[in-house]
Design a protein around this ligand. Structure first.
Ligand code: BG6
Length: 486
């Protein structure tokens, strides 16, 4: 039996370009992420509305150069200028790895150019060099919620097969440029999220769309083929590199032992596992025939697609875990659960919830790890896990985020159990290791970091970085390779 974390375990943190960089300059184009505005005067319940249902009018407004709205993801936490300072802090915590993403729209501002933007490429050279200085392994997501906006407005997003070659070209440019610097890659962040927020993930606007399911699954097919072609290129250009897929898994537990609840939870699980099944096994699982029939989906698949998928599967599975949900065949009897990518889940009475209503369930983290490993027998990277909370910066400059420490501790304990169960876990990159803009609500004050950034929801503040109590706690976790968690 394996005890404890393996040597060389990739402890670290994760962020995404669109939520930290800012730097809408040096040739960077607008991305879908740059369309999200924030207005604190709106009721809180409205703050994630755009995330779920971006409208044509909102996109038009975002493209208006004179717009008076505040678009937080255009500012991020100014990592574009602070990267040296931030990476130094990551190094001080002892990070072995840093999961980050490249902004597609910084490399190809419109997405459809043939030649890349040199200034964009140069920026990531500087970031990778800085990481190397501290021996931090970059784990790079090629596309994390920020495709170039032009691919949405002029091509209808990933419904258009042309995006496969744009993505292939983009990936080739990255592999050729960074082949000496980056060995861990990932294709699409939380690829299954397209079902819940199609604008962010596939550039499809839900409003007025009569064929939404068709568009979503056709886009999924295009992303699968694009991801497989990128995997092929990655292996050809950087033979010692690994390419991972990435899903968000919010394990649906049957609400009760009523067989109807059990059946429903299996169906809900498949809505997520479908995405890893195709990318890890290299073919569409048998259950998709019925799923597509029920949804009225008919995929256009070209001749070579099946071979491309079959021959270029993911080397490892990246996944984000924040919570579980409960599946009930009588959902009207219960309160709905909150969260980013939720299925039709209901509240589980055994679990506590965060300030944003996300259910905290470390035990199902262990179950998920076991389940993914049982299914695929491929190494697993915990690409995201963490707690979004309101932090208070006291006068003595201290932030006592014991709640975050407790959350992470309980999840790391369960990850340790999963390792004892035999699961091959290669790393853990905690989400939002430095405070950043929330993906779903575009707030700044939904903080996940070990490092506080002085900025409020309106983008005001000094941007000063301050270490939280969790900074020192995580430093100790890494120093002891996960042995000392108290
Ligand atoms: C994941 C995303 O879904 O959850 C991240 O990959 C995101 O981009 C994280 O930030 C936390 O979600 P939120 O909405 O609280 O920022």
């Amino acid at each position: 039996m394996r005890e404890g974390f393996p040597e060389g375990f990739l402890w670290g943190g994760a962020t995404a370009a669109n939520q930290i960089e800012g730097g809408l300059t040096d040739g960077k184009g607008l991305s879908v992420a740059d369309c999200y505005s924030f207005d604190s005067k709106l009721p809180k319940s409205e703050w994630s509305k755009q995330w779920k249902e971006m409208t044509h009018a909102q996109v038009k407004e975002a493209m208006n150069k004179e717009s008076q709205l505040y678009f937080p993801k255009r500012k991020g936490i100014d990592f574009y200028n602070y990267y040296k300072e931030d990476i130094k802090l990551f190094a001080e915590m002892g990070f072995k790895a840093y999961r980050m993403s490249i902004a597609w729209s910084r490399i190809f501002p419109e997405g459809d150019e043939l030649e890349p933007n040199e200034e964009g490429l140069a920026f990531y050279d500087k970031v990778f060099d800085e990481l190397e200085k501290y021996d931090i392994e970059p784990i790079v997501t090629i596309s994390h919620y920020e495709m170039p906006l032009n691919l949405t407005t002029n091509y209808d997003g990933w419904t258009n097969r042309k995006l496969i070659s744009f993505f292939e070209n983009y990936s080739r440019v990255l592999f050729l440029r960074y082949k000496e610097k980056v060995k861990y890659w990932m294709t699409f962040n939380e690829i299954n999220s397209m079902i819940k927020h199609p604008f962010t993930s596939i550039g499809v606007i839900e409003e007025g769309n009569r064929n939404l399911m068709q568009d979503i699954f056709q886009s999924a097919h295009h992303q699968f083929v694009a991801g497989a072609l990128a995997t092929k290129l990655c292996h050809e250009i950087i033979p010692d590199a690994k390419m991972g897929c990435m899903i968000s898994y919010q394990m649906p537990i049957p609400y009760s032992c009523n067989p109807d609840d059990v059946q429903l939870s299996v169906e809900e699980q498949r809505k997520t596992l479908f995405f890893s099944d195709v990318q890890v096994r290299g073919y569409y699982p048998a259950y998709t025939a019925r799923l597509f029939k029920n949804l009225g989906v008919e995929l256009e698949i070209q001749n070579d697609d099946e071979a491309i998928l079959k021959n270029n599967t993911a080397d490892y599975i990246g996944f984000s875990y924040y919570m579980s949900t409960a599946s009930s065949s009588e959902p009207e009897k219960f309160d709905k659960v909150q969260g980013n990518l939720l299925n039709n889940g209901v509240k589980n009475p055994f679990l506590a919830i965060t300030e944003w209503g996300w259910q905290v369930d470390p035990k199902s983290f262990r179950v998920s790890l076991n389940q993914l490993y049982d299914l695929y027998q491929k190494p697993i990277l915990v690409a995201e896990n963490g707690l979004g909370a309101i932090d208070i910066l006291k006068e003595d400059e201290r932030i006592q985020d014991t709640y975050r420490i407790e959350y992470l501790k309980s999840h790391i304990c369960e990850m340790k159990e999963a390792i004892k169960d035999g699961v091959d876990i290669i790393g853990f990159t905690s989400w939002g290791c430095i405070d950043c803009i929330s993906a779903s609500t575009s707030q700044m004050t939904k903080r996940y970091g070990f490092i506080h950034v002085d900025m409020d929801d309106e983008g005001e503040g000094s941007l000063k970085r301050t270490k939280k109590d969790s900074f020192y706690w995580y430093q100790q976790v890494i120093n002891t390779n996960g042995e000392k968690l108290d």
